[in-house]
Design a protein around this ligand. Sequence first.
Ligand code: BTN
Length: 249
Amino acid sequence: MSATTWLGGERIEVAVCTSTNDLALERARAGAPHGTVVIADAQTAGRGRLGRTWASPPGRSLYLSAIVRAALPLARLAPLTLAVGVGACDAVRGEGVTAAALKWPNDLVVAGRKLGGILCEGAGDAAVVVGIGVNLNGSSGELPPEVAARATTIADELGRWVERAAFTDRLLAELEPWIDRFLAGGVPAIAAPWEARMAAELRLRVDRVGPAGQPVTGVALGLDRDGALRLRDDDGVVHRVHAGEITIV
Ligand code: BTN
C-alpha cells in the first residue's frame, strides 16, 4: 500500500483499455470516490496534449489516471498539471533519475528527452481526471520511431528494471501533497517548487506566441502568477506563453 490518505484508496487495474483517462472519466461520472486510480498494462488509444497519440505498448510503462473530486474551472486544469508535475518529478528522482526535470507545461524530461507526460481533463462540474504516463522499462529505441529519438525510459537512465507496483506507490505518495497544496493555495502554492525543478537549460520554440502570432525561440524563466510560462527570446523580450506547441530546440 502507498503512504497516502486519499489517493489510490481505490484502484482499478485492467489489462487493456482505450485510455486510462477514458476509464477514469467514465468512473468519475458514475460517482467513483475522490482518489480512485485507474491503471492499465496497455492503452489502445492513449492520448497526450494537443490531441497527440501517447504510445502505450503493454507491460513496459505506467499508464495511470486519478480522479480528483474538485470543482476546478477549465482555466485551473493547466496549473493543476504543474502541481502534478512536481510530484511526478520527485517520484522519478526518488527512483534514482536525479536529472529528471520539468518542461512546461506537462513534460517530464531528462537532458531534453521525454520520460513522461501529464494530461488533466475535466469530468463534469466537480471532478477532474489526472492522467500520467511514465516510460519505465525497455529502451526508448523500442518506442515508435516518431518519438524514439526524443524519448527516454527510467531503465535507459538507470540500467535496471523498474518494478511498476513499487513505482506506482512512490508516485502516488509524492503526488498527493502537491495536489492538496494546489487545491488549497492555487498557483502561488506550487510555483516556486515547480521552478526549482524546471529544465532551465533548454532552448524552447513556441508556436504562435509573438505579437503577430509567429513562433518564438528562447529560454524559460519561470511561471507567471497564473501558471503561464515566461519565456525570454533571443532579443531579451519576455513573452507569456499560455498554450501552443512547445518544442525543444
Ligand atoms: C503528454 O505528454 O502530452 C501527456 C501524456 C499523458 C499520457 C497519459 S498515459 C495515462 C493517461 N491516459 C492517456 O490516454 N493519457 C494519459
